[in-house]
Design a protein around this ligand. Structure first.
Ligand code: TXD
Length: 309
C-alpha cells in the first residue's frame, strides 16, 4: 500500500510548517520544492532528523527540480512573495501571477491528478489562475482562505465569550481581502446564535479585526505574513480530501452560478471529500450579508480582470 505523496510547492515560511504538520499528522511522503538552491533539501533533512524523536515514519525529500512532484496526490502551493507592511494582497497580483502560471504548467505536466490547494496571494485570483492555466478539473483546485479567516473569527469570539474555541462555529465567505464577509447569521456558540450572546457593539469590532487580521500580523512581523495558521488551515483541507472526510468548510472554490458568481473563484461553503470539491452548499443570507458578498465578488472579479490570461 503506497503512502500518499504530498508536494509542497514553495518551502518558505508556510511551506515549512506544512511539511512539519504533514509529517506529524502522518499524511504521507513529503516533497518540498523551492527555487532557492539547497533550502528545501536542508529543511527536508532537518525534518527527517525529527522523525525518530517523535516516532514519525515517512519519506521527506527536498528538491529544486519541479519534476519531483510527479504523481503527487496533493499539491499545496505557497510559491510567491508575501506582503510587506503597507502592501495589500492585491499588490502581489502581477509578480505572483507569473509564478503561479509557471507552477500551474508544471502541475499539469507532472501531477495532473493531484488535488491542488493554492495559498499564494491574492488568493482567489491565484486559485482562478491555477485552474485555468493547469486545466485541472475545477473540483480539484481550491484556494485556502476561508478556513483561516473563519478560524480567526472563532478565536476572537471564543476569547470574548471566554469559551473553548471548540464551542464556536463561524463562517467567513467571499474574497480573501478587506471585503471578506464574516457571516454572523451562521455563527454560533454551541448552537446558540452569537447575536444572542454578544451585542452588535461587541461583534462589529471583532468582525473588523478578522478582516484586518492578516495585515495586523504583517505589521508586527515586518518581514513576512502569517504562516502557522495558514499552514494548519491548508492541512485541514488536505485531510478532508485525503481521508474522504467530507467536511463542510469555507474554501475559495470555482463557482458556476452559485451565490451569483459565474466562472470565478470565491470563498463559499464546500464539502471536501475524495472527489475534491464535492458540493458547493448554498445558504440563505441576510440582505446585509448578500450585499457584502456581492461587493466581495465584485472585488475578486475586478482583480481577476487584471490578470494577463
Ligand atoms: O490565507 C492565505 N491564503 C494567505 C496566503 C495567508 C498568509 C500568506 N499568504 C501568502 O502565501 C503570501 O502572501 C505569499 O504569497 C504566500 C507564501 O507565504 P510565505 O510566508 O510562505 O512566503 P515565503 O516564506 O516567502 O515563501 C514563499 C516561497 C519562497 O521560499 C520562495 O523561494 C518561493 O516561494 N518561490 C518559488 N518557489 C517555486 N517556484 C517559484 N517560481 C518561486 N518563487 C518564489
Amino acid at each position: 500500500m503506497k503512502r500518499n505523496k504530498i508536494a509542497l510547492i514553495g518551502s518558505g515560511n508556510i511551506g515549512t510548517i506544512l511539511a512539519l504538520l504533514s509529517v506529524l499528522r502522518n499524511l504521507g511522503d513529503v516533497v518540498m520544492y523551492d527555487i532557492v538552491e539547497g533550502m528545501p533539501q536542508g529543511k527536508a533533512l532537518d525534518l527527517s532528523h525529527l522523525m525518530p524523536v517523535l516516532g514519525c515514519d515517512c519519506e521527506v525529500v527536498g528538491t529544486n527540480n519541479i519534476a519531483d512532484i510527479k504523481d503527487a496526490n496533493v499539491c499545496i502551493v505557497t510559491s510567491g512573495l508575501p506582503r510587506k507592511p503597507g502592501m495589500t494582497r492585491d499588490d502581489l497580483l502581477k509578480v505572483n501571477g507569473e509564478i503561479i502560471s509557471g507552477i500551474a504548467e508544471s502541475i499539469k505536466e507532472y501531477a495532473p491528478s493531484a488535488f491542488v490547494i493554492v495559498i499564494t496571494n491574492p488568493l482567489d485570483a491565484m486559485a482562478y489562475l491555477m485552474q485555468k492555466r493547469s486545466g485541472l478539473p475545477a473540483n480539484m483546485v481550491v484556494g485556502m482562505a476561508g478556513v483561516l479567516d473563519s478560524s480567526r473569527y472563532r478565536f476572537f469570539l471564543a476569547q470574548k465569550l471566554q469559551v473553548s474555541v471548540n464551542s464556536v462555529s463561524a463562517f467567513v465567505l467571499g474574497g480573501h481581502g478587506d471585503t471578506m464577509v464574516p457571516v454572523r447569521s451562521y455563527t454560533n456558540c454551541a448552537g446558540i446564535p452569537v447575536s444572542q450572546l454578544l451585542s452588535s457593539e461587541d461583534l462589529s469590532p471583532i468582525e473588523e479585526r478578522v478582516k484586518k487580521a492578516g495585515g495586523e500580523i504583517v505589521g508586527l512581523l515586518k518581514t513576512g505574513s502569517a504562516f502557522m495558521s495558514p499552514a494548519a488551515s491548508a492541512i485541514r483541507m488536505a485531510e478532508s480530501y485525503l481521508f474522504d472526510k467530507k467536511e463542510l468548510l469555507p474554501c475559495s472554490a470555482y463557482c458556476s452560478g452559485e451565490y451569483g458568481a459565474e466562472n470565478i473563484y470565491l470563498g463559499v461553503p464546500v464539502i471536501l471529500g475524495a472527489k475534491g470539491v464535492e458540493k458547493i452548499v448554498e445558504i440563505a443570507l441576510t440582505d446585509e450579508e448578500k450585499k457584502a458578498l456581492e461587493k466581495s465578488l465584485q472585488a475578486v472579479q475586478s482583480l481577476v480582470s487584471k490578470l494577463e490570461m
